[in-house]
Design a protein around this ligand. Structure first.
Ligand code: SF4
Length: 400
């Protein structure tokens, strides 16, 4: 599909809206009232610290709701107000946060279900309103909804659209897009739908594997097997890795994305030499500011003397998982939870998601004596949720 031509058609349609309905400020205010927290405000005013008896809490300098998420949620609220009687759907969770999604459900926003990666659009009818979430939707889904006569409210974050432009640029100049991301993540699915030839690499290890293949040290069959689900149809590593550009899922670990970029640049330099580098490698800059800021703040926070860390955000939130990775890489006892309810304030227990593991419950998680706790949250987590977590820690600290 000519994705650029389709986008132009879509953007001209009177059934497409990516700017909201003019009441965004009011909605943003309502959003602030619903999700902001007085306690967090006072902790921020106190140098991001809270001293409460034996408990010392240090919050990261930047955490929680990012601009793109605030905008998407505000637009979703606005949409309900603008279409009070129409059926409203959302193609996925608006953002990866259970409380925000529940709030939308209470406003009668319907969620399009998905089974084994395939969305069920059967219930969506002509004239329905469909909201696309902050991390976007595939171009095929957009076309289907447009062809069906739906009103599309597109809350895709401009940072994500920027990545789509990048991969479309690769496609135009016949470069393969190497996307640093999780091939199953909605944002990466959307990005790959705008790309021409693409390959998704999850981490530096996979990137090294690809770099070695480029330098003639790989096995074709093994390569095709490894990336069968993470590459475009008919991907040919011998042909399609001759001209490459790098892009990323906006919420990946920034330092790793940069390292992957440098790795491929060096690889192409080694293979083709400096005179031909521009013919074989395209530089990139698709890292989102908010992700960068939150990861930077986390690196500063883990330098503090901490006994443990609580990282709050949806379990399917990529940016939250990367914050957790930073804590774990420093050897800090770190607990990733998605809601305050994961903490049992009467029992001093926490049910958390270890990196790459299954939900685990720990007892006596807050130790006796003076304790320093670091707190951060992902870009989809409202301050109100962080506040509830801190209040629970305060309660436990009073008892034990
Ligand atoms: S994390 Fe970045 S890309 Fe994602 S919604 Fe927020 S600002 Fe946009």
């Amino acid at each position: 599909m000519d994705t650029q031509a389709f986008k132009q058609t879509l953007h001209k349609s009177d059934r497409y809206n990516r700017r909201g309905f003019g009441s965004a400020n009011k909605r943003a205010q309502a959003l602030a009232e619903a999700y902001q927290s007085g306690l967090i405000g006072s902790i921020r005013d106190n140098g991001n610290k809270l001293n409460y008896g034996r408990l010392k809490v240090k919050i990261a300098e930047a955490f929680g709701f990012c601009w793109g998420v605030e905008r998407a949620v505000a637009m979703a609220y606005e949409t309900r107000k603008h279409y009070p009687n129409e059926r409203i759907w959302i193609t996925n969770e608006i953002i990866h946060n259970p409380s925000v999604n529940d709030h939308l459900r209470k406003m009668d926003v319907l969620f399009i279900t998905e089974e084994q990666g395939v969305k069920d659009f059967a219930g969506v009818k002509d004239g329905d309103v469909v909201i696309l979430p902050a991390f976007g939707a595939t171009v095929q889904d957009m076309k289907l909804l447009h062809d069906r006569g739906c009103h599309i409210i597109d809350t895709t974050c401009p940072w994500v659209s920027k990545v789509w432009h990048t991969v479309e640029k690769h496609k135009k100049h016949t470069f393969t897009s190497i996307i640093h991301g999780k091939y199953k993540h909605e944002e990466t699915l959307a990005t790959s739908s705008f790309a021409g030839t693409y390959l998704v690499v999850f981490d530096l290890k996979e990137a090294n594997y690809v770099a070695n293949y480029i330098l003639g040290k790989g096995n074709r069959e093994e390569f095709l097997m490894q990336f069968s689900k993470a590459s475009s149809h008919g991907f040919d590593p011998d042909k399609d890795l001759q001209r490459i550009g790098v892009a990323n899922q906006t919420t990946m670990l920034k330092s790793e994305t940069e390292e992957i970029g440098r790795l491929f640049e060096k690889t192409m330099l080694r293979k083709y030499g400096p005179a031909e580098l521009n013919e074989h490698f395209l530089a990139f800059n698709t890292i989102c500011d908010a992700t960068e800021e939150r990861q930077g703040a986390m690196f500063s926070l883990v330098d503090e003397p901490l006994d443990l860390m609580v990282v709050i955000g949806g379990y399917n939130s990529s940016n939250t998982t990367h914050l957790q990775e930073i804590a774990v890489s420093r050897g800090i006892r770190s607990f990733h939870i998605d809601t305050p309810e994961r903490i049992g304030e009467d029992t001093n227990t926490i049910t958390h998601m270890p990196l790459g593991g299954e939900l685990l419950t720990e007892e006596d998680f807050l130790p006796m004596g003076n304790i320093n706790v670091g707190i951060t949250s992902g870009a989809s987590t409202p301050d109100r949720v962080v506040e509830h977590v801190i209040q629970k820690l305060m309660k436990i600290s009073e008892k034990s």
